[in-house]
Design a binder for this molecule. Structure first.
Ligand code: NAD
Ligand code: TYD
Length: 368
């Protein structure tokens, strides 16, 4: 049976990869992508699949209650996969307000629209066939010492405005399950990497700077640890949770790929040297590594125990860290035009050029 999914933030890094995965499944999914196209949203990343049957793009804000309600009325979603968020920790330190608005109020807006349409106004039992997946992060659990892993029962202990806003949205999502019976699922995933990631995050930033022979900034002593997961493995895990997860449950997702930042940067240097050649000076890119002032409140270590999703839903990552890093560098080298448009800002012109002047509900793609 075909399902109709509202994907929020489908023009961001993970959202783009997820929309592509759904559309690759042919006619199983009718997909409505609601995205505000902030600096992190890149409509051009979906240009080649924008005409897929059953795909609709809507430019709009998840905090806009009228718009979200109208979309539920119009498309009668039975599934929501909620990615839209402000997602960069450094930006949340510089200016938390937008994180509070989008991540907390925006999540509330979506949950409440789902409650109204699936429970309040829907026929009895309607909610049983619906699913609301809230995509969250392992950063809600705070920082680990040298040992141990985050499990689904680890106490929340967020340390940055970003992680605090995501923790808040997780609590709201859980509250809607317990209070109203909304069929909510939550995933808490570790750091993703792969194609289409905005080059403010560590891996694409290092690739971009390395390509252009610029300094490679490593915060503090470079000893902070992240548990890296290839983005397509994350997308497959999300799909598995949507299709087979138990409402009211949360699932930790991670790759068992704990790496110190300095190791990650060093590996990227070596791959870039191999794939793109040494620097014009003849030096290897490791010579560009520069230690810079640490991020305030910098979490030391994240590591996920993904045992629950493995045991209950049979998911495990397919891509090793070494393969994923090779593929990622290769993707950025092959897609230099994508990277250049993001760096010079011209990607933001794409929506206006292609769809300027249309109203939000009309958006892009085929109409019903
Ligand atoms: P991203 O920053 O690349 O993309 C966010 C998308 O949301 C953009 O397309 C942006 O335009 C859109 N958006 C922002 N505010 C909006 C609003 N008010 N209304 C509608 N759209 C809006 O983020 P990402 O890295 O793809 O992350 C997606 C989700 O996954 C986030 O919720 C994030 O917390 C979570 N997550 C990310 C990671 C990671 O490593 N990137 C890991 C775990 C969880
Ligand atoms: P980031 O990609 O911002 O993800 P997050 O903060 O959500 O984990 O950063 C990953 C790690 O890399 C984090 O420990 C901070 C560090 N980092 C640097 O050392 N240099 C940089 O330029 C950036 C952006 C991050």
């Amino acid at each position: 049976m075909q399902r109709t999914v509202l994907v929020t933030g489908g023009c961001g890094f993970i959202g783009v990869n997820f929309v592509r995965l759904l559309l690759g499944g042919r006619d199983r999914w009718r997909v409505v992508n609601l995205d505000k196209l902030t600096y992190a949203g890149n409509l051009a990343s979906l240009a080649d699949v924008a005409d897929s049957p059953g795909y609709h793009f809507v430019k709009g804000d998840i905090c806009d209650q009228d718009l979200v309600g109208a979309l539920f009325d119009r498309y009668r979603f039975d599934t929501v996969v909620h990615f839209a968020a402000e997602s960069h920790v450094d930006r949340s330190i510089a200016g938390p307000a937008e994180f509070i608005r989008t991540n907390i109020f925006g999540t509330y807006t979506l949950l409440d629209a789902a409650r109204k349409h699936w429970i309040e106004a829907g026929p009895p039992g309607r909610a049983d066939s619906c699913r609301f997946l809230h995509v969250s992060t392992d950063e809600v659990f705070g920082s680990l010492g040298d040992t141990g892993y985050f499990t689904e029962s680890t106490r929340y202990d967020p340390r940055s405005p970003y992680s605090a806003s995501k923790a808040s949205s997780d609590h709201l999502a859980r509250a809607y399950y317990h209070t109203y019976g909304l069929p909510v699922l939550i995933t808490n995933c570790s750091n993703n990497y792969g194609p289409y990631q905005f080059p403010e995050k560590l891996i694409p930033l290092i690739i971009n700077n390395g390509l252009h022979g610029r300094d490679l900034p490593v915060y503090g002593d470079g000893g902070n640890v992240r548990d890296w997961l290839y983005v397509l493995d994350h997308c497959e895990a999300i799909l598995r949770v949507v299709e087979q997860g138990r409402p009211g449950e949360s699932y930790n997702i991670g790759g068992r790929n704990e790496k110190k930042n300095l190791e990650v940067v060093g590996l990227l240097c070596d791959i870039l040297d191999r794939q793109a050649g040494l620097l014009p000076s003849g030096l290897p890119r490791r010579s560009l590594i520069t230690f810079v002032r640490d991020r305030p409140g910098h979490d030391r270590r994240y590591a996920i125990d993904a045992g629950k999703i493995a045991e209950e839903l049979g998911w495990s990552p397919k891509v090793t860290f070494e393969q994923g890093m090779e593929q990622t560098v290769d993707w950025y080298l092959t897609n230099r035009a994508w990277l250049a448009a993001v760096i010079d800002g011209s990607y933001q012109e794409y929506y206006r050029r292609m769809y300027g002047g249309r109203d939000e509900l009309q958006g892009q793609g085929k109409q019903q």
